[in-house]
Design a binder for this molecule. Structure first.
Ligand code: SF4
Length: 218
């Protein structure tokens, strides 16, 4: 997931992931800039912990180059300490594998999300709520391979919708009706929806909705 607005900053405190998504831009970046020797092995950059004190931004995405399921508990504990010292700042985590995570005591300024890319994956939303006890949950629908159908958005505080970027062969392109299916269900529950810039071209400019939770400062 990339940085989606100026007040949300990426801090890649962990780099690496072994999930192996074909569309992974983080793996491509790592190959290009050689940040770590092996992207399949997540590495914790402890020296970046102090960046979590930065008050310039209201929210930080901490999993832009990793998946929360690959984090060790000791890394999370160190990050939690910083989160507790910075209660007015929001910290965003994302996973594709909520089934591999069990978290019972999370700071209130933590936003725990799941990526859903198809109708087959929507059961992950329930697993997220079951396996992670958190004040805030969010869902990212990106990329989209089909219409996700009816969703259970109970306790979801934010929805992000995107499409695959880049020029990969067989790239997944989100369809307008799939996007609106998600959007309409979120609106029924008054959940803010953020449509990523990449959707321009699929949607017209005046159709783009870019909303944030009030905790993010807007
Ligand atoms: S989960 Fe994210 S970081 Fe991991 S391979 Fe997939 S896209 Fe890359």
């Amino acid at each position: 997931m990339q940085c989606i607005k100026d007040s949300i900053k990426n801090i890649n405190i962990v780099i690496g992931c072994d999930i192996g998504c074909t569309y992974c831009y983080a793996r491509m970046n790592n190959a290009r800039f050689h940040t770590t020797d092996d992207f399949n092995i997540p590495i914790f950059f402890e020296n970046k912990l102090k960046m979590l004190d930065n008050k310039k931004h209201t929210a930080y995405l901490l999993t832009g180059q990793s998946d929360l399921s690959g984090w060790k508990q000791e890394w999370l504990d160190k990050v939690y300490e910083k989160m507790k010292e910075n209660q007015d700042t929001q910290y965003i985590f994302l996973t594709k594998r909520p089934d591999k995570i069990k978290l019972t005591d999370t700071p209130d300024n933590g936003w725990f999300g799941v990526t859903v890319t198809s109708s087959k994956e929507k059961g992950k939303i329930d697993i997220l709520r079951k396996n992670i006890k958190a004040k805030h949950y969010h869902i990212t629908f990106e990329p989209l391979f089909d219409d996700v159908g009816k969703l259970d958005l109970t306790d979801i505080s934010w929805v992000v919708i995107g499409t695959e970027t880049g020029n990969r062969k067989n790239k997944a392109v989100s369809k307008k009706e799939w996007i609106y299916n998600i959007y309409n269900q979120a609106k029924e529950k008054n959940i803010p929806v953020f449509m990523k810039e990449d959707l321009l071209g699929i949607l017209n400019e005046d159709e783009m909705i870019q909303e944030f939770p009030k905790e993010f400062g807007e």
